[in-house]
Design a protein around this ligand. Structure first.
Ligand code: ADP
Length: 312
């Protein structure tokens, strides 16, 4: 192969007077390899004379390798961090999620008991038994959906790209957090634009961003003693090609200091806060080629919004 490449360069010189620079490897006597770049130009007068150069690329290759390695490490750490943050957030939601599972399971037991009673009647009422069993199937499905969502969310998967609908993903996150919002007297509303094209990205990571923004909003509003507690999640087409998502709350809003520093790692105003949520969210959105920012909501509260391009 290498010889073939050399011959091609010679043929190139014969034909055009020069060989486009190309990369190859030399092998030292001790067997180690030296990456080099070669190039040559023949003199105008005679194609038999000219200048050639051999550039040792070892340093550059080494540096490139190092950059690749540290990028890989960075991505691995980021995946770990994102995963840990998802687990922590779900931990906060445990009570609400447990309630969502307990409810259909409880209903299943009640329906099963009713079915047994209808079976034991003289004569057995099969019509009622069938209805009870149908309800059992529905409740079983509901419980398994909740568990499936948690499982999907907690699974540690390396970052991957798939095509998905942002609206459906938002509704799934609301299904997980809805209970927590209700517990704090918060009404959750959506305004989801129709006909949005699918986006390409890591669905779980983007759901993590939405989950984080929603939980921040719930926490912010829970601290306000008065006034309506409203959480509005809306989607739209972004001005640039992409989707636009906004999470609005009617909480206390961001103080001037928070407005400036909210996205910094370890910045938190909560006693039990870690201050990593928004910084992880921002790096996820930026890795998707989008932008995440915040501003004041009208008449009060905060808005966190982000864009994600359709295709990258
Ligand atoms: P944490 O939630 O652990 O504090 P975050 O990075 O998610 O970490 O948030 C950083 C800070 O930004 C919060 O401590 C809070 O002061 C502010 N913040 C975030 N979301 C909101 C919101 N919806 N309303 C008011 N302040 C917020």
């Amino acid at each position: 192969m290498a010889l073939e490449r050399d011959e091609r360069a010679l043929a190139e010189i014969a034909a055009t007077g020069r060989a486009q620079p190309f990369e190859k490897e030399y092998i030292r006597k001790d067997g180690s390899r030296v990456p080099v770049m070669l190039g040559a130009t023949a003199s105008e007068a005679s194609r038999k004379e000219g200048v050639a150069f051999v550039l040792d690329l070892s340093e550059r290759k080494h540096a490139e390798e190092k950059v690749r390695e540290s990028e890989q490490r960075y991505r691995a750490v980021q995946t770990e961090l994102a995963h840990a943050s998802r687990v922590a957030t779900l931990g906060q939601l445990t009570a609400s999620i447990a309630h969502e599972v307990r409810q259909p399971v409880g209903a299943t037991v009640t329906n099963a008991q009713a079915a047994l009673r209808w079976l034991g009647a003289q004569p057995p009422n099969l019509q009622e038994v069938r209805q009870a069993l149908t309800r059992i199937v529905k409740d079983g499905d509901r419980a398994s959906q909740v568990v499936g969502r948690i499982h999907g969310f907690i699974k540690k998967t390396p970052s991957r790209k798939e095509a998905f609908e942002i609206n459906a993903s938002i509704l799934e996150v609301i299904a997980l957090t809805g209970g927590e919002a209700v517990k704090h007297g918060i009404s959750v509303r959506t305004q989801l634009a129709e006909g949005l094209p699918v986006i390409q990205g890591d669905r779980i990571q983007l759901q993590q961003v939405i989950l984080n923004l929603m939980m921040n909003a719930v926490e912010a509003m829970s601290g306000v003693p008065e006034g309506p507690r409203e959480l509005l999640i809306s989607t739209d087409k972004a001005e640039s090609d992409g989707v636009f998502v906004a999470v609005r709350d009617s909480g206390p809003g961001l103080s001037p200091a928070s407005l400036e520093r909210a996205f910094e790692a370890f910045y938190t105003t909560k006693s039990g806060g870690l201050g990593m949520g928004l910084s992880i969210c921002r790096s996820i959105i930026e890795a998707h080629g989008g932008r995440l920012w915040s501003m004041a909501n009208e008449p009060r509260g905060a808005v966190f919004q982000f864009t994600v391009p359709y295709l990258q």
